[in-house]
Design a protein around this ligand. Structure first.
Ligand SMILES: [Zn+2]
Length: 398
C-alpha cells in the first residue's frame, strides 16, 4: 500500500474519469479514479493498466517507455483527499466525488526536469485521416463533428482545425492546424508551465503571444516550428530547428489527406494505429453486451502467443491473431489520446535536445489517455457517423 499521508501533492488536471495529482518532489503522478454509481474492482484496473503498458504504449512508441502501476490508498488517504481537493477542484467536476481506493501511479508527463522551469504542450489531435464513411462528404470526422457541436450549442464557433492538416507531414499545413487550435482550442490544446495551465479554451490568443515571448521563443511562429519538428521526428533524436516564414493559408473547403509523413516519425506511428479500424468489417448491429470484458481476453492472447509489441514482427502477428472488434477498440483509443510535448532548458541527459539558434531545449514526447474504451464505443461511433452524414446532407440542401 502506498500512503499519501505526509506527502505534498499538487492538483494538475481533471477529466471525466480521473483526477491527476503530482506528488511533489517525485517524477510521478497519481491518477485518482472517480467512481460514481459503480465500484472499480482490482482486476478491471490492473487490466486497464496492463492494456496501456503492454498494448498501447508499445504499439505507438515501439518501446515500453512509460509504465503505469496500480496502487492502493488507505481510507485515511481518501478522507484527506476529499478535504484537500474540495477547495481546488472546479465546481462542475465535484458532482463526481466518490474516489476508488485503487489509483494509478504514472510518470509525470507535464514535467521533464524537476526543480527547473518546465513547459508542456498537450494536443488532442483526433482522427488524422479521411475515413471511408466520409469520402462522399470530403470532410473528416472532426470537421463534420464541429457542425454537430454547433447545432447542439456545445461550442460557439466552429474550429478551423483539421486533423488531416496536422497529420499531413506538410509543415505549412501543420502550422495552419496548430494556429487554428490556438485560436479555438476547445479541449484539443492546453499549455502548462510548471504544471499549471497557462493556455486553454478560456484564454486569449493575445495572452499567448505575450506568454511565448516571455518564455523561450522570439515569436509564436518560432514556437510552432519547434513543435512541428518534434512531431515530425521519431521522438528520440536531437534536432536543429530553423524558423520558417510565417505563412497564412486559408483552410480549404474539403479535408485532404497528406502523404508527406516519414514512416519513422512519431505522428506516422500514431496514425497507423488509428487506421487499424479502416480495413475491418465490424458488425455493430450484433449485440455488444461486453464493455471492458475484452481487455483480459486480449491480454491473455498476448501472453499465450508470447507477443512483444515493441517488436515489428510480433506487431504483424498480433494483427492477424486479434479479433477485428478488438483492433477497432485499440484504434478508438488512438483516435482519442493526447500527445504531451514537455520541454525545458535545464540540462537533462536522459532526453533528446533541440538546438534553436543559440539555445538548447530538452524535450520529451509522450502520450496519455490510453486507457481501454468500452465496447459500446463502437456502436456509439456508428450512430454518430450516421448523424454527421445527415447533418451534412441537410446543410448541402440549404
Ligand atoms: Zn477535416
Amino acid at each position: 500500500m502506498m500512503s499519501l499521508i505526509g506527502k505534498k501533492f499538487k492538483y494538475i488536471n481533471e477529466g471525466n474519469a480521473h483526477i491527476v495529482l503530482h506528488v511533489t518532489e517525485t517524477n510521478y503522478v497519481i491518477r485518482i479514479i472517480k467512481e460514481n454509481g459503480h465500484t472499480t474492482n482490482l482486476d478491471t484496473i490492473s487490466n486497464s493498466v496492463n492494456f496501456v503498458n503492454l498494448v498501447m504504449v508499445p504499439l505507438i512508441f515501439g518501446s515500453y517507455n512509460h509504465s503505469h502501476e496500480v496502487i492502493t490508498l488507505s481510507s485515511e488517504d481518501i478522507d484527506n483527499l476529499h478535504i484537500e481537493l474540495k477547495e481546488i477542484r472546479p465546481k462542475h467536476r465535484q458532482v463526481k466525488s466518490v474516489f476508488s481506493k485503487f489509483a494509478i501511479k504514472a510518470p509525470n508527463l507535464v514535467m521533464i526536469t524537476p526543480n527547473s522551469v518546465n513547459y508542456c504542450l498537450e494536443l488532442k489531435p483526433k482522427e488524422g485521416y479521411l475515413s471511408e464513411t466520409f469520402k462522399k462528404a470530403s470532410k473528416c470526422y472532426y470537421c463534420l463533428k464541429q457542425f454537430l457541436k454547433m447545432s447542439e450549442n456545445q461550442i460557439e464557433h466552429r474550429s478551423e482545425y483539421c486533423p488531416l492538416d496536422l497529420f499531413s507531414g506538410n509543415k505549412t499545413r501543420m502550422k495552419r492546424a496548430l494556429l487554428s487550435l490556438l485560436r479555438n482550442p476547445q479541449n484539443n490544446l492546453k499549455l502548462f508551465k510548471n504544471e499549471n495551465i497557462v493556455y486553454n479554451e478560456n484564454s486569449d490568443m493575445k495572452d499567448f503571444e505575450d506568454f511565448i515571448k516571455n518564455s523561450l521563443f522570439d515569436s509564436v511562429n518560432m514556437f510552432l516550428d519547434f513543435i512541428i519538428d518534434i512531431l515530425l521526428s521519431n521522438g528520440k533524436s536531437n534536432l536543429i530547428v530553423k524558423e520558417s516564414p510565417v505563412l497564412s493559408t486559408k483552410k480549404p473547403e474539403t479535408c485532404i489527406e497528406g502523404t508527406n509523413l516519414d514512416s519513422k516519425s512519431f505522428l506516422h506511428k500514431l496514425l497507423e494505429v488509428q487506421k487499424l479500424s479502416e480495413t475491418l468489417e465490424i458488425d455493430t448491429t450484433e449485440q455488444i453486451i461486453e464493455n471492458l470484458e475484452y481487455v483480459p481476453i486480449l491480454l491473455n492472447q498476448i501472453k499465450q502467443h508470447n507477443i512483444d509489441l515493441t517488436n515489428e514482427r510480433d506487431r504483424k502477428r498480433f494483427l492477424t491473431i486479434v479479433e477485428d472488434k478488438y483492433l477497432a477498440l485499440i484504434s478508438a483509443v488512438a483516435k482519442d489520446c493526447s500527445i504531451m510535448i514537455s520541454y525545458s532548458v535545464a540540462e537533462n541527459d536522459n532526453v533528446p535536445c533541440v538546438k534553436l539558434g543559440e539555445q538548447s531545449i530538452f524535450y520529451r514526447v509522450s502520450v496519455t489517455d490510453l486507457e481501454p474504451k468500452a465496447a459500446k464505443t463502437l456502436v456509439k461511433r456508428r450512430k454518430t457517423e450516421q448523424l454527421l452524414l445527415q447533418i451534412f446532407e441537410k446543410k448541402l440542401k440549404t
